[in-house]
Design a protein around this ligand. Structure first.
Ligand SMILES: [Zn+2]
Length: 343
């Protein structure tokens, strides 16, 4: 390529969204170095690759049978470099794999050496936002059923425009959190996952099938009524399934509810709450800038009162000590220690 050195700009000068490609402009990029130059060359190179010829290779797979075991080896020979010439990239392992000997079918080969190679696989690393985005895009690959995997080949979870918003929702609902670049599920996220993981609502293939169906409606291959009817059936099924879900109480902290006497009070990160929907008993952890411990809430539930807790802060910023107790309606109220020697 001769001297196509151009500036980079996004298509819309003000708003850059995930739909726009970065393209280079007709203005030569002068006097750039270091990181700027690297980034510029990545963008320019990718653009040249996109407009280049295909890369053509001859690929060979050899299957060798020894006893009952089939061994496979692959090799390839470059016929036309095409887009790979832009960065003159060599594919990894290329050198080794290309050099397959000339063999003909049915040929017998001597076994020169045999030994067992013991290896360990590393667990997959934690997801980052970038890896999660691409995992959503290619979610179909993880589907075990072959037919469903085929159906999902063209679709993942969400669309390019909605995937980022889906991840934001996971943050907003406190299902995942960031630790440096990694994403970690929260206790709440894991609890929700445990409940829905085997349910139809969490079926990745279903989501993919929807995307397929929507694409077919767009291209006129499917009629909207068929889709709507199927969606109605599906909606009924998932709702029934979810309503029949009983949330297993595994939390040892759960206490008998003093108000309705029939429910259990479940401890959550921000609140302890009776699981009897008609009861409504709730104890918030945060009280006048103090976080209540499980022990303090347990005392309150079991005896109606806590010991004196130090370090509450009044609205005016003044620190004070008090016990907490339930009033007649099971609202949590302060119980101030009586001061001795004063009337
Ligand atoms: Zn209750």
């Amino acid at each position: 390529m001769d001297n196509i050195v151009l500036n980079v700009r996004s298509v819309d000068d003000k708003k850059v969204t995930d739909h726009h490609a970065l393209i280079i402009t007709e203005n030569p990029a002068k006097d750039i170095s270091g990181d700027d130059k690297t980034i510029y060359e990545m963008v320019a190179g990718r653009m040249l690759e996109a407009f280049s010829q295909k890369c053509v290779k001859d690929a060979t797979t050899i299957a060798l049978t020894c006893g009952d075991t089939v061994f496979e080896t692959k090799g390839s020979t470059m016929k036309q470099t095409g887009w790979r010439a832009v960065f003159n990239e060599k594919e990894e392992k290329d050198d080794e794999e290309s050099n397959l000997p000339n063999l003909s079918e049915g040929e017998q080969l001597p076994v020169l050496q045999a030994y067992v190679l013991e290896k360990q696989t590393k667990p997959k690393p934690l997801h980052t936002e970038a890896s999660l985005l691409s995992a959503m895009e290619s979610a179909g690959k993880e589907v075990e059923n072959e037919a469903e995997r085929e159906a999902m080949k063209e679709s993942g979870i969400g669309t390019p425009a909605t995937r980022a918003a889906i991840i934001e929702t996971l943050f907003a609902r406190d299902y995942i959190r960031r630790e440096k670049k990694s994403l970690l599920p929260t206790d709440k996220g894991l609890a929700v996952y445990d409940i829905v993981k085997d349910k139809r609502i969490a079926d990745v293939a279903m989501t993919g099938n929807w995307e397929n169906a929507l694409a077919k409606i767009e291209s006129g291959e499917m009629d909207t009524n068929t889709f709507r009817q199927a969606t109605e059936v599906y909606t009924r099924q998932i709702t029934t399934e979810l309503l029949n879900t009983s949330i297993a109480v595994t939390d040892n902290n759960a206490c008998d509810c003093p108000k309705c006497k029939s429910g259990k009070v479940i401890f959550y990160p921000k609140v302890a709450k009776c699981n009897n929907a008609d009861c409504g008993l709730m104890v918030f952890r945060n009280r006048s800038e103090k976080e209540l411990s499980d022990k303090q809430i347990t005392d309150l539930l079991a005896t109606g009162k806590t010991a004196v807790i130090k370090g509450f802060k009044s609205k005016g910023g003044k620190s004070f000590d008090a016990a907490l107790k339930f009033d007649a309606d099971y609202n949590v109220v302060f119980d101030f220690p009586e001061k001795k020697g004063k009337k």
